[in-house]
Design a protein around this ligand. Sequence first.
Ligand SMILES: Cc1cc2nc3c(=O)[nH]c(=O)nc-3n(C[C@H](O)[C@H](O)[C@H](O)COP(=O)(O)O)c2cc1C
Length: 172
Amino acid sequence: MSKVGLFYGTDTGNTEKIAHKIQKILGAEVVTLHDVHGVKVSDFEQYDKIILGQPTWYCGELQSTWEDFWPEFQKVDFSGKQVAFFGLGDQLEYGEFFVDAMGLMHEVVLDNGGEPVGYFPNEGFMFEESKALTDDGDFFVGVVIDEDQQPERTDQRLQFWIEQIREEMDLL
Ligand SMILES: Cc1cc2nc3c(=O)[nH]c(=O)nc-3n(C[C@H](O)[C@H](O)[C@H](O)COP(=O)(O)O)c2cc1C
């Protein structure tokens, strides 16, 4: 079974907590965690299955360590790689920019030849706009976690999405 590299950035710890939950469910022998603070482009190259985790900050912006790494991230060749996304945000306070950063990352992965997996139904959320929606608006490009407004739904959302990426990434 191929290993999965999970890369995440966090300012206040929520995304890191979710990264650990994902690793716990899929198994530490399957998923290796990388805080994006201090990673290199070559760290991405060793995986053909990648999970990217990012919160959105300051009205639609990238979180700070992802922002620092961004010029390098745009150089990663994702061809031949499957990539799944999880995005954190706050639909009530930042409903005009809800999980936008996940959409920004998805665009880079697509431009650089990657195959996105794990699109997630846009149901059960209340927000105005998001750059992380698919063109038809029915799906987010990854699982959306709202620890500020809907923490009680987090585990169920993760379970649903992890079953999906298990199949799509052939991790069964
Ligand atoms: C100042 C501030 C700005 C934020 N901006 C956004 C935003 O534009 N869009 C969004 O969906 N969430 C936004 N959030 C919510 C965070 O993404 C959310 O709290 C997330 O869980 C933080 O993740 P972290 O602890 O991994 O940094 C913002 C939160 C704060 C405090």
